[in-house]
Ligand binder design. Structure first.
Ligand code: ATP
Ligand code: LTN
Length: 331
């Protein structure tokens, strides 16, 4: 009997200053889950992270920390390929080619570009503008079927699909057109201090975000201070975005539905609820933090995983790049 081909999965994450609970619930947890049934490639996108000014020594450290944290969160080198984007030169090469098949107008419409250029008006560099093309190259190089991401990356994925379809329209079936893969709950975890904006690793307010390296006391303190509303019933109403956000986090980690959570906290105040969410998050993160410390200290293990990942990823990437080069007449 012919073996059915497993779907190919690719995703990436920036090594900028540690991961948040939003990154974990929105993306990384799905990375772990997909390893059972799919052929997975996961990368630390170091080239994307230099679109914002950085310190070289810090970046070098953060790239390794990001890889160690992904392993601690369950990325398993026995079942997935884990690599550093910059270790595979084909990403930058395909990105250039694809930029010639992407319109200026399309990139101008990207909301992340508009947000980030507003946040850093002193450094609106061309890399920030072409960032989504590099992301398209990451995905299309591996002929990925599925891309597990949070809701904020939907627009970038849509662009990658459009670039693939446009290219295929001119040269025949070169690229697989990828689909996004979003979590059932928690595709957009919000800031604990402003439930109208997403929890972001670059938020300067420490109380707005839970980092995966936060200890239990810090986690519980941040949840206690989370902005909610002046009522006292735990329920998922439209005018209660702070409570809905906490319910989303609790639901994503405990597997309980909103109705079950409402029942569990019936007649109890926000104080009890915030404490329960904090404890639930702290107990989810404790084993991850133990693993993270262990892996980060084991230099030769981490080096080995990343070298093996780079070599496996390069082999796959080269096949697509060679095909693209032939199709467009460079070879
Ligand atoms: P920043 O907000 O500083 O730009 P980031 O936290 O979005 O960075 P990325 O590396 O850009 O970090 O994102 C990695 C993955 O995490 C992406 O798939 C993204 O969609 C997802 N993600 C990021 N923030 C959230 C969030 N608040 N809720 C759910 N998913 C998220
Ligand atoms: N742009 C994404 C990170 C990213 C990515 C990718 C995600 C870069 N390359 C490829 C999925 C697939 C972000 O800002 N979160």
């Amino acid at each position: 009997m012919e073996e059915t081909k497993r779907p190919r999965v690719l995703s990436g994450i920036q090594p900028t200053g540690g991961f948040t609970l939003g990154n974990y619930i929105g993306a990384i947890r799905n990375w772990d889950k997909l390893q059972d049934d799919c052929e997975c490639l996961y990368c630390v996108v170091d080239l994307h992270s230099i679109t914002i000014r950085h310190e070289p020594a810090a970046l070098r450290r953060q790239i390794r920390e990001a890889a160690a944290m992904l392993l601690a969160c369950g990325v398993d080198p026995g079942r997935a390929v884990l690599f550093i984007q910059g270790d595979v030169s084909a990403h930058a090469e395909l990105s250039w080619i694809l930029s010639c098949y992407t319109q200026f107008g399309e990139l101008s419409r990207m909301t992340q570009f508009k947000d980030k250029s507003q946040k850093h008006p002193e450094n609106v560099n061309a890399g920030l503008f072409t960032y989504p093309v590099l992301m398209a190259a990451d995905i299309l190089l591996y002929q990925a079927d599925l891309v597990p991401i949070g809701a904020d990356q939907k627009q970038h994925l849509e662009l990658a699909r459009n670039i693939a379809e446009r290219f295929n329209g001119i040269y025949g079936e070169v690229f697989t057109v990828p689909e996004g893969y979003f979590p059932k709950v928690g595709g957009r975890v919000m800031s604990l201090q402003d439930p109208a904006s997403k929890m972001s690793k670059s938020d300067e307010n420490e109380n707005a975000k839970i980092m995966l390296t936060d200890g239990p006391d810090a986690i519980i303190r941040k949840f206690k201070r989370a902005v909610t509303d002046s009522e006292s019933t735990v329920c998922a109403a439209e005018n209660k975005p702070g409570i809905v956000n906490l319910m989303t986090i609790y639901s994503a980690l405990s597997g309980r539905s909103f109705e079950e959570i409402e029942r569990e906290f019936e007649g109890r105040g926000y104080g009890d609820f915030k404490l329960a969410v904090g404890e639930c998050v702290a107990s989810e993160l404790a084993p991850i933090q133990g693993e993270y410390a262990r892996i980060l200290a084991d230099k030769s293990y981490l080096d080995g995983v990343l070298a093996e990942g780079a070599s496996r990823a390069s082999a796959l990437a080269q096949r697509t790049l060679a095909k693209v080069s032939r199709k467009i007449g460079l070879k």
